[in-house]
Structure formats: C-alpha cells, structure tokens
Design a protein around this ligand. Structure first.
Ligand code: SF4
Ligand code: SF4
Length: 423
C-alpha cells in the first residue's frame, strides 16, 4: 500500500493503534480469500480495494472535502443515499465488522449489545477508522433499540443525525416515512449548502439503481450449479459496494459478471457440481466479518445467497426512475426503501416469504440463520423462520455468534453436522 500516513495524520487518527489494526488484515485476507482456488480474474479489482482499504478511497474523500464536498457516514440500508448524492455529497457505509473495535465500544456501551454496534462506536472513539474520521456527519435511524441509544453516544463525538423509521408498514407509516425522507432531504441540503432539484435526484437514482442492477446480475450467476463464484467473493463485492465510488464499482462488477457469464456457458464452477447450497439469512455481515462464509465454504458447501443487509436486502427493488416533479421522485424513493423487510418491523411476515422465495430461486438445500450475539430482532424472528422452513421440508440451522474466534471450532462442528443432513 502507498504511504498514507500524512493523510491519516491530517484526519487526527491514532496512528499507533491504527498500525495494529492494519497489521492483522493482510494475513486474514490471504487465508480467507487469496487461498481460494479458481477465483475469477475480475476479483483482482476487489482484492486491490481491500489492499488499499484505508488508502485510495480515503484519499478520494479527502479530495472531495478539499473541494468543499461533504461526506456522510451511514449504518443501515434504510438511509436513502440518493439524497446525499443528489446534493453533491458522498455516502459511505461504515462497516464495524472487526473484533478490533469491540473492546473500545465496550468502554461506553454494555457488553450485551451486538458486536456491530460495539465495533462501530469503538471505531469512532478509538480514532482508528479513516472513514469515520472522514465523515462530516453520521446518519443513524431508529431501527433497533440498541442503535437508537448508540446514536446518542456517537453524537458526543461527531454530529449524528437520526432518521425516524416507522416500526409498522401501515399506510400511515408509509406516509410518515415519506415525510421523514423529505426532512432528511432538508437536512442534507443544509449541510451541503446545495439545493436538490429534480434532475439531481433523478440522476442520483439512476446511479444507485445501476449499482443495484449490477449486484442483482452478480447474484443471478449464483443460481447456477456449479456456481461460478464463491459466496465469500460475492459477499466481498456487496460489502465493497457500500463505500466504493458507485460508477467505478458498477463498471468493475459488470466486468466480473461478464466473466461469470462465460464461466456459466462453459460449465466452469468453483465448487463441484452438486455441492450443498446454502442461503444465509439474518444479521448483516460487515467487512471484515467473513467468519460464517469461510466456515461453510471450507466445509464443502457453498453459500449461494445472503438474505441480509449485506446481501439481497441491500439491492432488491429498484427506485422507480420516472417522476414529473421532485416530490414524485421523493415518494418513489421512500416507497422503494419501505419495501425492505428488516426484523425491526412488526409484523414482518414478508421477510419469511422472502427467505422461502430465495431458497427456491437459488435452488438452496438449506438455510443457516445467522444471528449476531445480542441482536434481539433477528434472534426472536429466527424461530418463526425455522418453523416456516421446516414446514416446507427445508433444513435450517440457527447460529448465534460474534466477531471473536473463540467459537470457531464449535461452529464448524455444527455446520458439518448440518451438512450431513442437507446432503
Ligand atoms: S438489519 Fe435492519 S437495522 Fe440492521 S442494517 Fe439491516 S435494515 Fe438496518
Ligand atoms: S445486528 Fe441486530 S442488534 Fe445489531 S444493529 Fe443490526 S438489528 Fe440492531
């Protein structure tokens, strides 16, 4: 990686601790990613993004800010990034996927909070994540209770704006969400100093839709047997989508897809024909949380789809691009996001239907319901998901874990036993 120390210094990062964080990633990446056989050439771009994870993109953000642009750090797939883009801002999905940050998070949060939240807060207070340090504002939402309280703590360190997301999906909730999206637009205009016109929003919708379409195309190849790309690689591409430049990301993902298309035509796969096919459903898996995928794919099965926020919940449903007025486009935008089936909603039957549909579409043999420790919404909903799957004769395994490595062998044993049932 080039030398970015001056840049990190200018962001007021804790360089000594940041060195410790950076030291761990290359060996983990090599073990989990680079050792996979038969990887597509198109993954080289994504390898380079990871090799430069705290460099190239951070330098681009610094340049953007030097030109007077703003950066917004987001945590949830409900934040309408089109609005940020339409106002000339950049939206960065903040990952919080590393165990490195958890102890710092536990300094200000109870231990009994999900690792995603603890790591996100820890990343900020330890000043070791350049994306947090490059953000002018964080955007939170009222999804799960723990997040709601975490925003109050983060707001002590950096301005943290909170969008109110309804918890039900009645018509009055949809109307409230449309209003909330409008309020968010006003806030973003204030921070960026730029008024959003219809054409700006239309272009931003087009760009974000292109990203969704590229991801949909990528996922479509995973429906084949043999699969032309591993679940780990597909997960990585989705994780990178949250913070890469969208136009560049689309180009590179489309190139990867063209290669996968050729692989499918010639019958080339990265797992043998008939390898057990698994859908992961549940909590998000932020970079560098590759634990579950790695365990599954080193046990002889392949992950063919993720019903998670780092999977289909992120890119399913496009925003309707046609609209005569700015207001119409804002309604289109709100409607698209309102279709996401997060476990924070009640009731939430649609999520169970989504999982059944994905099992069918991706010709999966079983589902692993993945739960980050202390994530109440997904943990409670897991029982209903399991019941619905079992009623259809689809095997389901429930795994609850955090970012630590302590339970790896125990989880591996459970996955191997599950794969015996699935085979
Ligand atoms: S699980 Fe729900 S709250 Fe968490 S990122 Fe996804 S949509 Fe947002
Ligand atoms: S993983 Fe669960 S507990 Fe953690 S932020 Fe998402 S919904 Fe909340």
């Amino acid at each position: 990686m080039s030398d970015y120390r001056d840049l990190w210094q200018s962001l007021n990062m804790d360089l000594e601790r940041h060195d410790l964080l950076c030291a761990a990633l290359p060996s983990l990446y090599e073990e989990v990613y680079l050792n996979q056989p038969g990887r597509p050439q198109g993954m080289n771009y994504f390898n380079a993004v990871i090799a430069e994870i705290h460099g190239m993109r951070v330098a681009e953000l610094a340049e953007h800010r030097k030109q007077g642009g703003k950066v917004f750090g987001t945590f949830c797939v409900f934040v309408p990034t089109e609005i940020i883009r339409a106002a000339g801002g950049v939206a960065i999905g903040l990952c919080g996927g590393s165990q490195f940050w958890v102890p710092d998070g536990e300094k200000v949060l109870p231990r009994t909070v999900c690792p995603l939240i603890k790591a996100s807060v820890g990343a900020k207070i330890s000043r070791t994540c350049p994306y947090f340090e490059s953000s002018d504002m964080l955007v939170g939402e009222t999804t799960c209770d723990d997040k709601k309280k975490a925003w109050e703590i983060l707001n002590e360190y950096i301005p943290t704006y909170v969008m109110e997301l309804p918890q039900m999906k009645r018509e009055k909730d949809r109307q409230a969400w449309i209003e909330e999206v409008g309020i968010f637009k006003g806030t973003v205009e204030k921070i960026t100093g730029k008024k959003i016109e219809r054409e700006h929003l239309r272009e931003a919708i087009r760009v974000e839709n292109a990203k969704r379409k590229a991801l949909k195309r990528l996922y479509s190849f995973r429906k084949n047997d043999p699969v032309p790309i591993s679940g780990k690689d597909a997960l990585l591409v989705t994780q990178i989508a949250f913070y890469d430049d969208p136009q560049r990301f689309v180009e590179r993902t489309e190139e990867l897809c063209s290669e996968l298309e050729e692989r499918v035509t010639s019958g080339y796969g990265v797992f043998k024909n008939g390898a057990p096919r698994i859908v992961i459903a549940g909590s998000p898996q932020a970079i560098p949380n590759w634990k579950l995928h790695h365990l599954i794919e080193t046990s002889g099965a392949v992950v063919v789809c993720e019903e998670t926020c780092t999977g289909t919940r992120y890119f399913e449903h496009l925003v309707q691009e046609e609209g005569e007025t700015l207001e119409e486009l804002l309604v289109n935008l709100a409607n698209r996001y309102f279709q996401i089936n997060c476990a924070c909603f009640t009731p939430n039957h649609e999520r169970v239907e989504d999982i059944l549909r994905l099992v069918h579409e991706y010709r999966a043999d079983g589902v692993i319901h993945y739960n980050l420790s202390f994530c109440q919404p997904y943990s409670i909903e897991a029982a209903r998901v399991e019941k619905a799957l079992k009623a259809k004769g689809i095997p389901c395994l429930r795994i609850e874990t955090d970012y630590s490595e302590e339970d790896i062998e125990q989880i591996r044993t459970r996955i191997e036993a599950f794969l015996e049932v699935v085979r």
